[in-house]
Design a protein. Structure first.
Lengths: 238, 299
């Protein structure tokens, strides 16, 4: 961790109006939860749909994408990364600092609203709210690391990340059973199920597979991003 | 020994007439410039005339929307079915996600880069006006979207006719599909262009457009899905489609042409709903166009 890099990254991420834009998604989640908690429908079904499908399935990947690429890809894109790389700092420390900022911000804008929404919708029964919060915590960290790596590797990080999060995880995950094994969202669900108990949250991946995979993806993405940043070539936009 | 300066011959500096003349021939004018901007933008949306890397995504998406159509036709012909296994308009809404990804990734290509590299003032130093610029970019993106959706529809239609299926039925359904394609190419596109024009950062534009389209349609889908088990009151939740451009078009087309089936069918609720949905769609397009014009009034 380097406090100066962290401060600059945080300012780049939240400065001007961008911070307010990041708050749109959690605000939306809370508003929908507040409306839904008044409805007469089955509370459990409602919670699973809103927290599982909307929050963990759509909002968390998109927030992770904006934040994960926002901490480094924008700097690489406009070329200001060279001023940072010219400083006598190990490249891996730049990566770990930026990743820590990304994870921290993701947790703040995704996990906290999830806990609140869960409590609004379902109270403290069965630990569902806590389960989904833990799922968002681990999935948010893994998404941040993965999308930060994409930001270092390719100039089309956002499109590549969207293709993974929406096409692979959502579209293929719905039809092809095997695609769910390689999905951060499903690993998060597995952890949530372990926290909340057996029946509350459906998960397709066992906990024994999910936890090592989450760790491997997060650590490998960080290491690979450090290696890639060490040999970064600044290409012009085609 | 060098001579003192004033002893040199005086007039050595001469301005030669090298025959420079101004251009006096015909000029192609404003309409030609606007047309060129339109064709160049349309080509840019598919990466034509650009590097190989920028062709990858448009061509992948074009493949992803066309290949399933080929497979459907192949299945229907191989099994000697007398009907395609999918409706033309329904096919488009099933592939809505892929089409949205194309829109999200290419709308910023057309607009954000001009803002970021400050090339917009250069356009306006030519005869084209601000309205021409907005109109050309808007038309280019809408046409790019339309081409993307017409390609699989044509594959389905040609396949159905070659497979000896009913001509009248398929032509009618194909025309419904075309109407849906035009609406899909106008309503979501106009909103996406406004978002793309508001940020000079391509990455952020892509995420913002996709975020809006994906989140709004997920919210609408959840609302419709929740009410479907109990049949009573399911019409009320159909109104939530109004927040999602893709859901709005799907609901409007399904109700207007009496398409779609199944318990989670999206439709505009009743005659009033039909009018309101059509009005909202028209408002979205017109309002976005006005916003774009205002955005470029002073760049």
């Amino acid at each position: 961790m380097n406090p100066t890099v962290a401060r600059l990254t945080l300012r780049g991420l939240l400065g001007r109006r961008r911070g307010a834009l990041l708050l749109v998604a959690p605000a939306l989640l809370l508003i929908i939860s507040a409306i839904a908690s008044r409805s007469s429908g089955d509370a459990h079904d409602l919670t699973v749909k809103i927290l599982g499908q909307l929050d963990l399935g759509t909002l968390v990947p998109i927030l992770g994408l904006v934040i994960g690429t926002g901490v480094i890809a924008t700097e690489i894109d406009d070329g200001s990364i060279v001023y940072l790389l010219a400083k006598p700092l190990p490249r891996h420390r730049i990566i770990t600092t930026k990743l820590a900022v990304a994870i921290g911000v993701t947790w703040l804008v995704a996990a906290v609203p999830t806990l609140l929404a869960g409590l609004l919708l379902y109270g403290t029964k069965d630990g569902v709210a806590l389960g989904y919060t833990v799922a968002v915590l681990v999935a948010g960290a893994a998404y941040s690391a993965l999308f930060l790596l994409l930001g270092v590797v390719t100039r089309h990080a956002v499109v590549a990340g969207l293709a993974y999060a929406l096409v692979w995880e959502s579209l293929f995950g719905n039809f092809v059973q095997g695609a769910r094994t390689l999905s951060i969202q499903q690993w998060g669900r597995a952890v949530a199920e372990a926290v909340a108990g057996d029946t509350a949250i459906g998960a397709d991946v066992s906990l024994g597979a999910a936890v090592p995979l989450l760790l491997v993806v997060t650590v490998a993405a960080t290491v690979l991003a450090s290696v890639k940043l060490a040999g970064l070539t600044l290409a012009s936009e085609e | 020994m060098p001579q003192p300066p004033d002893a040199r011959p005086a007039d050595t500096g001469v301005i030669h007439d090298i025959g420079y003349r101004g251009y006096t021939g015909p000029r192609l004018g404003r309409a030609y410039a606007a047309r060129s901007l339109f064709t160049q933008s349309l080509r840019a949306a598919y990466g034509l005339g650009r590097s190989g890397k920028s062709k990858v995504l448009p061509m992948l998406v074009l493949g992803a929307v066309t290949v399933p159509a080929v497979i459907f036709v192949a299945i229907a012909v191989a099994l000697h079915r007398d009907e395609l296994p999918v409706e033309y308009a329904g096919y488009l809404s099933n592939l809505g996600l892929v089409i949205s990804i194309f829109l999200a990734s290419q709308a910023p290509v057309l607009l954000s880069r001009d803002l970021r590299y400050h090339t917009v003032p250069l356009y306006f130093s030519r005869p084209i006006t601000r309205t021409d610029y907005v109109r050309a970019k808007f038309a280019a993106m809408a046409c790019a979207q339309l081409l993307l959706m017409v390609a699989p529809l044509l594959v389905l239609y040609a396949g159905a006719l070659l497979g000896g299926m009913d001509f009248a039925h398929n032509t009618g359904q194909f025309l419904y599909g075309l109407a849906a394609a035009v609406l899909y190419a106008l309503v979501p596109t106009s909103v996406a262009l406004v978002i793309a024009a508001s940020t000079p950062r391509r990455g952020f534009g892509v995420a913002a457009i996709m975020g809006y389209l994906a989140v709004s349609s997920t919210v609408a889908a959840i609302a419709v899905g929740l009410s479907s088990p109990g049949t009573g009151g399911s019409d009320a939740t159909q109104w939530t489609a109004l927040i999602s451009p893709n859901g709005l078009v799907e609901a409007l087309v399904n109700e207007a042409f009496d398409l779609g089936a199944g318990f989670d069918r999206r439709h505009a609720p009743g005659g009033l709903g039909l009018v309101v949905f059509a009005l909202v769609a028209a408002l979205m397009v017109a309002g976005s166009y006005r916003l774009l014009l205002r955005r470029y009034r002073n760049v």
